[in-house]
Design a protein around this ligand. Structure first.
Ligand code: NDP
Length: 532
């Protein structure tokens, strides 16, 4: 969910692992640009390799049905390859200096941005302009000493307890087993799906703790500065751990990507699905638990904080809490759907996913509640009703579109969409083991209107959430302040999702070739008919 400014590009020049171990030397990139077409050519040669022997041996297994209803093809989970064949739809390596500078820049700038936003909220009524004026007047050292959030042992220990608690829930609560999608190397992984119970247990514990006075309802808000420091510490250490693990103890040798640049590999990730043991999946756990479960708790905690500071909770704060809760609860109810999204199916595990989900998500997705806690602007009754309606509409579109794709994929197109038999295009693709697979591209229902209607629903919801804070200031009795800060989430989502449309389509084009062009000819627009 928290896919953060991926700089992955398709078809760039392959480079060599800069940090070769015995295993990675074996996997030294031979022909990173081998496409499905060339993999067909290589089929006979590869059939003699141990990798393909393994695949053949495993090919005896029968297809089964997973808990999420998807047909699980018989694919070896333990298969290892002694050659690195990179199908054109996997993430390609970008060792270009521009790519490296871009990654380095994001690594350096984004944490500073998060801290500046926090300073703006705490000390300057949400005005970033005033932050920069103060920075200019005081100079960086005095400014940092005066305003930068400080390390707090209490907040850090609390955060460690939170992450450990989430690991215990992830591993310990009853789970259904669902499958992701074929990785570029041909692995099909099972996942522990129990996020809804983890969310309920976490919120129940927070509510009970608050009720009996063990913790304060505004605990998170009160410790926010210390938590931002703790989030960042983990957000930097986690991808470092993933980077080292990718070299020393990779989970799947043949699903790693090396670019030749330490910075690029740290940022974009090397391993596709790093795991510890069979079940502890780094990507699903970190993208989908500590940050997302905390998301609604952060909002609630800032609502409690607003009450403490001002003696009331505004309607705008309630709208923000309700609309975000839609999104978070929906995520957990449909958690197995997340296994078929780009985060899980395409992105390797590095800084942009790890830091994005551990720092960017909890700090910026909750900005509206943070802002309203200190600046209790309120909406009129009409404004409240309108934003609840538009937000609900956006959410419903988002969910219906995602459900249509999921249904079509599960039934391979044998389903009814908008009262008619689904229209689909059959599409073939190859994995690195040289196997050919078939799937469908849905081109009716929402998926016949535009190619990313789910993003559109998401954007309508995001703007409604931000408007609850960003527009409230115009209708209230408070002193008028202009700030873009409450809109950060919607602006970020707009950039992210437009970039995703482009990035995802490059990947799909590489994966499906002419069939993807056929789909694009049939469904012409990406997001808004006639415009984009
Ligand atoms: P999608 O769920 O739309 O998945 C895209 C993939 O679906 C493609 O790569 C392709 O994968 C497959 N696909 C594309 N077109 C079709 C078609 N016509 N029929 C069937 N399958 C198709 O995108 P995301 O993973 O980016 O997003 C999932 C949701 O998460 C979206 O609703 C988005 O708004 C939301 N999101 C939220 C974020 C947040 O931080 N709040 C961040 C990013 C996304 P393949 O064919 O390889 O299976």
């Amino acid at each position: 969910m928290a896919n953060f400014f991926s700089t992955s590009t398709v078809g760039e020049k392959a480079l060599i692992d800069p940090f070769p171990t015995a295993a990675s030397t074996m996997l030294q990139v031979k022909d990173e640009k081998e496409s499905p077409k060339s993999s067909k050519k290589g089929k006979s040669a590869k059939s003699k390799s141990p990798a393909s022997k393994g695949a053949v041996a495993n090919g005896k297994a029968k297809s089964t049905k997973s808990a999420n209803g998807a047909v699980v093809p018989a694919v070896s989970e333990k298969k290892t390859a002694n050659e690195h064949v990179n199908p054109s739809w996997g993430r390609f390596n970008s060792g270009t200096w521009l790519g490296v500078i871009g990654c380095g820049g994001i690594i350096a700038i984004c944490p500073v941005l998060v801290i500046l936003i926090n300073i703006a909220l705490f000390h300057f009524h949400g005005s970033l302009i005033q932050v920069f004026v103060s920075l200019y007047n005081l100079g960086p050292t005095a400014f940092t000493i005066k305003y930068a959030p400080h390390y707090s042992q209490t907040a850090t220990l609390g955060y460690v307890a939170w992450v450990v608690g989430q690991i215990v829930l992830y591993m310990g609560l009853p789970a259904k087993i669902c499958y992701g999608q074929q990785t570029p190397a041909g692995h099909l992984l099972p996942y522990h799906i129990n996020g809804m119970s983890a969310w309920v247990v976490s919120h129940a514990a927070y509510a009970i703790g608050s009720y009996y006075g063990v913790i304060h309802p505004s605990l998170i808000a009160r410790n926010w500065e210390g938590l931002i420091v703790a989030f960042n510490m983990y957000g930097f250490v986690l991808p470092l751990f993933a980077y080292i693990k990718a070299h020393l103890a990779p989970t799947h040798l043949d699903d790693r990507k090396f670019s030749g640049s330490i910075i690029y590999d740290y940022y974009m990730g090397i391993e596709f699905n790093p795991r510890i043991g069979k079940w502890f999946d780094f990507k699903l756990f970190h993208n989908g638990r500590p940050g997302i479960v905390m998301w609604t708790l952060i909002n609630l905690s800032f609502a409690a904080y607003q009450y403490e500071l001002h003696g009331y909770i505004t309607k705008s704060m309630i709208v923000v809490n309700i609309l975000h809760a839609y999104y978070v609860i929906d995520f957990f109810i449909n958690e197995d759907w997340y296994l078929r999204t780009i985060d899980i199916c395409h992105d390797h595990y590095g800084f942009y996913l790890a830091w994005g989900s551990m720092v960017w998500l909890p700090t910026t997705y909750t900005l509206q509640a943070q802002y309203l806690a200190r600046n209790p602007y309120d909406l009129s009754n009409m404004g409240t009703a309108i934003l609840l309606a538009t937000g609900t509409f956006g959410y419903v579109v988002f969910r219906l579109v995602n459900n249509q794709k999921d249904l079509a994929r599960k039934t391979q197109g044998d389903c009814i969409i908008w009262g008619k038999k689904a229209e689909v295009i059959k599409a073939k693709y190859n994995t690195a083991d040289g196997k050919e697979h078939e799937t469908i591209l849905l081109c009716s229902g929402w998926w016949g209107v535009v190619r990313h209607a789910n993003y559109l629903g998401d954007l309508i919801l995001s703007y409604s959430e931000c408007a609850a804070a960003g527009l409230a200031m115009y209708g209230g009795t408070q002193e008028w302040t202009f700030t873009l800060l409450p809109w950060t989430y919607a602006i970020f989502m707009t950039i992210l999702l437009i970039q995703r449309c482009i990035r995802d389509e490059e990947r799909c084009s590489g994966k499906y070739g002419k069939t993807w062009d056929e789909y694009c000819n049939k469904v012409r627009w990406r997001l808004i008919p006639g415009i984009f």
